[in-house]
Design a protein around this ligand. Structure first.
Ligand code: KG4
Ligand code: ZN
Length: 419
């Protein structure tokens, strides 16, 4: 069994874990920074980076002690190398590099999103590739087809805010404090989800993308009106998010199974809730240059490498090139719907997705709550998966503030593209 030290520091959680390649979590230590950021109502990057410097080394020492191990017993050191707040990412990555150099161990630079994407496989040994993943966190809201380690095809993304961001902003508007997701969920339990009419942006649109900015503005207006109870706003907001997530996944699934529904608008129709003049040209997305990930490259119209399978796929009816390239009739249909990322801790969302999977005859996997929000076990596990494939990294690898899981995915049409 290989033992991997995992280090996470991309946002406001410092964490260290020791993970066995047999899925044993030998130790996991996590230090949140809630108190430090509370006065500002959100994460302050400089404060976060300084806090990581203070706590990361003691956390690693404590995790090793918990597991009864020394650095000599570790087979590789995996750390988040992006995407995230660059100061924090650098603290974790430099710590990992120093330990790797001192102990003569291989370094594995993990994409934080890959940590989330593979975390369900740490929790569930029976989860096999390919699977359909809804990745919902504070910074991302994406539907991905996961074909293997390092093999991700993005089917959809948000054109503005991430789902977690919308939860955090709603919490701020309602004066619930930070982090918002769990607080909005708790308040929503006592409210009436139908009492406040709130929009469902992009519901029914052709491409399975997401949008939450309009919902956030509607929450603000509802709160400012003084006409509604906060618990009803929270419940209405959460119900709207659930409806959007389910509808967009339904759309992705209907296209992937070849049953495009005629009621969806044509691709020339601007997404619901986005004015035509808000639509911006495609933004550039970063490429990726990591070993083992690029096979038989061709060049796309934007000069990037394109997987041969993607070239062979024709856009499904009603979709642009972005959505269409991901659905290949010749590929095996994923049998399992998987949700990961901080927002996957939400009970209402988990139940709705479980029901959706059942409707489609798919299995459903959601990691335990502690593995949904940021942690080092998922980084250690992603490290273990990569280590098993011989995917290690040089000590001069750079931290990356932006690092898409699918570098070939084109930016979604719409304003304020983030992923
Ligand atoms: O994955 P994560 O810990 O960090 C990022 O990589 O972004 O996700 C954090 C996000 C925050 O926006 C937080 O409010 C949200 O996940 N979150 C939740 C819940 N728990 C955390 N959102 C809804 N319901 C929850 N129970
Ligand atoms: Zn995360």
């Amino acid at each position: 069994m290989a033992i991997i030290l995992g280090i996470e520091s991309s946002c406001d959680e410092s964490a260290a874990a020791l993970i066995g390649s047999d899925r044993t979590v030998l130790a996991h230590r996590l230090a949140g920074q809630e108190e430090a950021h509370k006065p500002y109502g959100g994460v302050v990057p400089e404060i976060a980076a300084r806090a990581h410097v203070q706590v990361l080394t003691p956390l690693i020492e404590a995790a090793l002690k918990d597991a009864g191990l020394t650095l000599d017993d570790v087979d590789a050191i995996a750390a988040t190398a992006g995407p995230g707040l660059i100061g924090g990412v650098m603290v974790g990555l430099v710590t990992a590099k120093a330990l790797a150099m001192a102990a003569g161990k291989p370094l594995i630079a993990v994409n934080h999103l890959e940590g989330h994407a593979l975390s369900p496989r740490l929790a569930d040994a029976s989860l096999e590739f390919p699977y359909l993943l809804l990745l919902v966190s504070g910074g991302h809201c994406q539907i991905l087809r996961v074909d293997g380690v390092g093999q991700y095809r993005r089917l959809a993304t948000t054109i503005d805010d991430a789902a977690g961001e919308a939860f955090d902003k709603t919490a701020k508007i309602l004066g619930l404090g930070y982090p918002g997701g769990p607080r909005v969920e708790a308040l929503a339990k006592t409210g009436d989800p139908k009492a406040v009419p709130l929009p469902r942006p992009l519901l029914g649109s052709a491409e399975p993308h997401f949008s939450f900015a309009g919902l956030k503005s509607a929450v603000l207006r509802a709160a400012q009106s003084g006409a509604h109870r906060p618990e009803d706003i929270a419940a209405g907001f959460q119900a709207a998010v659930v409806d959007c997530l389910v509808d967009r996944l339904e759309r992705a699934l209907s296209v992937s199974s070849g049953s495009t529904s005629p009621e969806f608008p044509s691709p020339s129709t601007p997404p619901v809730g986005v004015a035509q003049d808000e639509l911006q040209p495609l933004a550039e997305v970063e490429g990726r240059d990591r070993k083992g990930l690029s096979q038989g490259p061709s060049t796309s119209r934007r000069g990037r490498e394109v997987h041969p399978e993607r070239l062979a796929c024709q856009p499904a009816e009603g979709l642009g090139t972005n959505g269409g390239g991901m659905f290949c009739p010749s590929e095996p249909k994923p049998k399992t719907l998987v949700v990961a990322g901080g927002v996957a801790a939400n009970g209402a969302i988990r139940s709705a997705l479980e029901a959706l999977a059942a409707r489609h005859g798919m299995g459903f996997v959601a990691p335990p709550l502690w593995l949904c929000t940021d942690n080092a076990a998922m980084i250690g596990w992603a490290g273990a998966e990569r280590f098993a494939l011989g995917l290690t990294d040089p000590l001069d690898i750079a931290a990356r503030p932006r690092w898409p899981l699918d570098p070939e995915a084109e930016a979604a049409r719409g304003a304020g593209v983030k992923a």
